[in-house]
Design a protein around this ligand. Structure first.
Ligand SMILES: [Zn+2]
Length: 317
């Protein structure tokens, strides 16, 4: 039988808990709204209870638990950093409570890194030696995976490739990262929405709505999509030049319209990346959409290393 991993996806709005097989199949899941007011211990015990309940009702023991959490997470020490959404969860309370309640190995990582791990383990990046996952939604998150390992900087820091500056005159929008004209400030879904609002202040639209209008042939929306596509393309081309990865996968809400943006992205890569074998870099849409959170969480659990070490002893509760 496949080993089953407990998956926990903790976001600012909802907590989802599920069972995932080692082949990346989501067997079952439950979710509820995050209550940021709750004492962390009280909020986390129900996560353990739901995992026990799911494990029991499907008659499958768990080998361990992977958690994907919004905000900074120290993967090696299992410590959550300062988090605007879950202020009471800071520290090691998530891991210590789950380990105590479940008596299983538990690992946690940031949710953006976890989604990249999910795509690498079972999705668009499967089998790639070098893989970059880009999530384009309200912001732009980027994770780089090399030889199965997430690239981490000094003291485990996560590089913020979504905030590299693409406006050489630095006259672009001011970003909370400190830069003017960084990639996120010009190419995120929010950036596209702000550009639209500037032009049509009476008719503010969400990124998805602008894409839908463009798909229906509305010229103004198509112009917006073309500009967004070029901004996205410039940043992706920079990543191609710097990393030349085997695969780049694009996920996040804005990439629901992946096909519409792809020609602009390819154009930028073809133009800018002439020193590297750009034709070998595969650009793909992310595979997982609504399941990305839980599959990413499960991928945080280092199943294969545990198996290799013979530590995959199962546990009933
Ligand atoms: Zn920035």
């Amino acid at each position: 039988m496949d080993a089953i991993i407990g998956a926990v996806d903790v976001g600012g709005n909802k907590i989802a808990v599920g069972l995932v097989t080692e082949k990346g199949e989501l067997i079952d899941s439950v979710q509820w709204e995050t209550d940021a007011e709750l004492d962390a211990h009280a909020a986390i015990v129900p996560i353990a209870d739901e995992l026990k309940q799911l494990s029991r009702s499907h008659g499958v023991p768990l080998v361990g638990v992977g958690c994907a959490v919004t905000g900074p997470v120290d993967y090696h020490r299992g410590i959550l950093g300062k988090n605007a959404f879950l202020p009471k969860w800071e520290g090691n309370v998530l891991l210590s409570t789950l380990i105590h309640q479940l008596r299983l190995p538990v690992f946690a990582d940031n949710d953006a890194i976890a989604s990249a791990m999910g795509e690498y383990t079972w999705g668009a990046g499967k089998g790639a030696r070098s893989f970059i996952f880009i999530c384009v939604s309200t912001g732009i998150g980027v994770s780089v995976i090399i030889d199965g390992q997430v690239y981490r900087g000094v003291d485990g820091a996560h590089p913020e490739c979504g905030h590299h500056v693409i406006d050489i005159n630095a006259r672009g929008p001011a970003c909370f990262c400190g830069a003017h004209g960084c990639w996120e400030s010009l190419a995120s879904g929010t950036a596209m929405e702000l550009r639209w609002r500037e032009e049509f202040p009476e008719e503010p639209l969400k990124a998805k709505e602008i894409c839908n209008l463009a798909a229906n042939g509305v010229a103004e929306a198509q112009t917006m999509v073309a500009l967004e596509g070029r901004y996205l393309g410039v940043g992706i081309a920079n990543l191609v030049t710097q990393f030349v990865p085997e695969v780049i996968a694009l996920g996040g809400g804005v990439m629901g319209s992946y096909d519409m943006f792809l020609p602009y992205i390819e154009e930028q890569i073809a133009e800018q990346c002439r020193l590297v074998p750009q034709e070998l870099v595969e650009i793909k849409p992310a595979r997982f959409r609504d399941k990305a959170g839980l599959l990413g969480a499960a991928a945080v659990f280092p199943l294969y290393s545990y198996r290799l070490q013979g530590l995959n002893n199962t546990h009933d509760e």
